[in-house]
Design a protein around this ligand. Structure first.
Ligand SMILES: *[C@@H]1O[C@H](CO)[C@@H](O)[C@H](O)[C@H]1NC(C)=O
Ligand SMILES: *[C@@H]1O[C@H](CO)[C@@H](O)[C@H](O)[C@H]1NC(C)=O
Ligand SMILES: *[C@@H]1O[C@H](CO)[C@@H](O)[C@H](O)[C@H]1NC(C)=O
Ligand SMILES: *[C@@H]1O[C@H](CO)[C@@H](O)[C@H](O)[C@H]1NC(C)=O
Ligand SMILES: *[C@@H]1O[C@H](CO)[C@@H](O)[C@H](O)[C@H]1NC(C)=O
Length: 521
């Protein structure tokens, strides 16, 4: 997918799609386009899982290119947060009786013995006229599912599947290197919550529409509206969950999806004067929430982690305009230099191994929660693209892939999510911003989150301090009035993949509304 862009840039593009391919792509983009567009693309890129670079690079580049090439700031339906009106058309509610039972998964191919929880998956129609339906995978907690909260998980993209999170980050199973069998993730988030994974918008993963023009102009707004309709209908299908506390969590570009969906829910609750969805809070990981601070934070991080020289860093900040597309050729040159200086590392996790050879995957290896296979994306696609697996998931026969090529046509992507975050805080939502600990992900580094949150000028309630899991520092946190910023030490870009124990500890604390311990246990 990226290869057409990278061809002619050395001719060895097959060697390592993740790292080298990305690097060549970056060079190519830098040569071809104005710097500011490129910088924004990198910020977006930073939001994806380790070794996802090949898939995401071009999409994200396209998104930002499209965004910045518009003369006007573009359509931003979120620019005015007005919760006194509701101009949206009424939400479709279809008959759901009996469908839950049909959605129950008997067993997934390669599933280990002793599965002690129920899992469901299937489609929820969000627009019967268009024939548009979203695919979900729901995992009940093995214990006390009737009292545990309900949590919706979203991966980003835009255009990437939440099955990425379900099978590679926080779901109950991970896939062995044979791509045929599963092993149990003992740190699954379903240990403490009922987890609902949604593939959205239509066209992503197994989600689809019978009206192909639905694929023409997806965007933030439509994604949120369809996700809202999905939840309403899903709760009709599983009415026992209507009264459960409801949370939304996600990472990367879901830094848009999650707050926007939470906002949509709150506004509709207000308009109907009832708690249609019992939302209590959101958690976003390595989230892209603000274009400008994201870019600045990235280059500061590179400089402070010995990736870039003083001179290059200085030049970037001298010549680049992070706000709009008025940067100079000097800016282009200096950011190009910054990438050059970095060398061939994986910017998602600068100290981690990269998938060097896709063909030489060790198919006899048994997966382990403590070892994250750098080539795991191949394994994921191979498993979910298998027809027996699709049948078990009640999915339509689909050429399943992690992401869909959606970016170039993405209709609306807000420049900043901070106004919505402010709104959520003002409306009493629990809001956790979690991150890798700042050591390894150079794409959307911790500096980006800090700069973004600083602009909100929130009152600090708990000053910066470490938090502990067992005997070790799990990360650091700072509690503000209405928002908690918390890091996970030693995690790469997709936190639960690399630090499953710490990620689960963080998630458990989030659900309990308890700031993690500041002492050894
Ligand atoms: C796309 O954006 C335009 C404004 O530029 C808006 O009028 C239209 O409704 C949007 N389309 C979709 C499908 O959201
Ligand atoms: C889409 O079309 C197929 C084939 O006609 C039909 O079986 C399916 O129910 C439709 N999907 C929706 C969501 O209406
Ligand atoms: C771009 O931003 C700079 C300052 O960051 C400002 O001086 C300039 O007027 C802006 N240009 C446009 C077209 O908004
Ligand atoms: C493949 O994995 C198995 C089991 O983990 C291990 O014993 C073997 O040495 C590995 N082979 C290679 C070529 O890495
Ligand atoms: C999925 O499998 C089909 C049939 O084997 C194949 O044509 C398609 O390319 C595969 N899709 C992906 C994303 O690998």
């Amino acid at each position: 997918m990226w290869m057409d862009l990278c061809k002619g840039r050395g001719g060895q593009e097959g060697r390592d799609k993740q790292s080298l391919g990305l690097k060549r792509l970056v060079y190519y983009i830098l040569k071809q386009f104005k710097m500011i567009k490129v910088m924004a693309a990198f910020c977006v890129l930073a939001l994806f899982g380790l070794s996802n670079a090949d898939i995401h690079a071009r999409k994200l580049y396209n998104l930002v290119k499209e965004k910045h090439s518009r003369d006007s700031p573009g359509y931003d339906p979120w620019s005015v947060l007005d919760d006194t009106t509701d101009e949206d058309s009424p939400v479709h509610i279809g008959a759901q009786e009996g469908l839950a039972q049909l959605d129950k998964i008997l067993t997934l191919p390669g599933q280990p013995a002793g599965v002690d929880f129920d899992q469901y998956s299937g489609y929820v129609t969000v627009d019967p006229k268009a024939g548009r339906a979203l695919f979900y995978y729901f995992v009940e907690s093995p214990t006390d599912s009737s009292t545990k909260p309900l949590v919706l998980w979203l991966n980003g993209g835009p255009g990437c599947s939440s099955m990425f999170g379900a099978m590679g980050e926080l779901g109950p199973f991970r896939i062995n290197s044979d791509a045929k069998t599963l092993f149990r993730n003992s740190y699954a988030w379903s240990n403490v919550a009922n987890m609902l994974f949604l593939e959205s918008p239509a066209g992503v993963g197994f989600s689809y529409s019978n009206t192909t023009s639905d694929y023409d102009h997806p965007g933030d707004k439509k994604t949120a509206d369809d996700a809202y309709t999905f939840i309403i209908n899903w709760l009709e299908r599983f009415p026992q969950y209507k009264t459960h506390d409801f949370y939304i969590a996600g990472e990367s570009y879901a830094g848009h999806y999650v707050p926007q969906l939470a906002y949509t829910i709150l506004r509709k609750n207000k308009n109907t004067k009832q708690t249609v969805i019992n939302i209590k809070g959101i958690a976003i990981g390595n989230a892209w929430i603000d274009d400008e601070t994201c870019m600045k934070g990235m280059y500061d991080y590179w400089w402070s982690h010995a990736i870039n020289s003083d001179a290059t860093h200085d030049a970037i900040f001298k010549y680049c305009n992070f706000v709009n597309d008025s940067s100079t050729g000097m800016c282009h040159d200096s950011t190009s230099k910054a990438w050059d200086e970095m060398g061939e590392v994986n910017v998602y996790n600068i100290y981690a191994p990269i998938c060097l050879n896709h063909e030489q995957r060790n198919t006899s290896a048994t997966g382990s929660i403590d070892f994250f296979d750098p080539c795991w994306q191949d394994i994921l696609v191979s498993y979910l693209n298998d027809s027996a697996v699709q049948e078990a998931f009640h999915a339509r026969p689909t050429s399943w892939d992690i992401c869909r090529e959606y970016i170039s046509i993405w209709n609306d992507s807000a420049v900043s999510i901070l106004p919505i975050i402010k709104y959520l805080i003002d409306n009493g939502q629990r809001l956790w911003v979690f991150r890798q600990g700042g050591d390894t992900d150079a794409r959307v580094p911790i500096t980006s989150s800090r700069y973004a949150i600083n602009t909100l000028n929130l009152l600090i309630e708990t000053a910066w301090r470490p938090w502990y899991l067992n005997e070790e520092v799990g990360g650091y946190l700072e509690a503000y009035k209405g928002l908690l910023l918390i890091t996970v030490r030693g995690a790469g870009h997709s936190v639960p993949s690399f630090q499953p124990r710490r990620a689960l500890a963080l998630f458990t604390s989030f659900l309990g509304g308890i700031v993690p311990h500041h002492y050894k246990m």
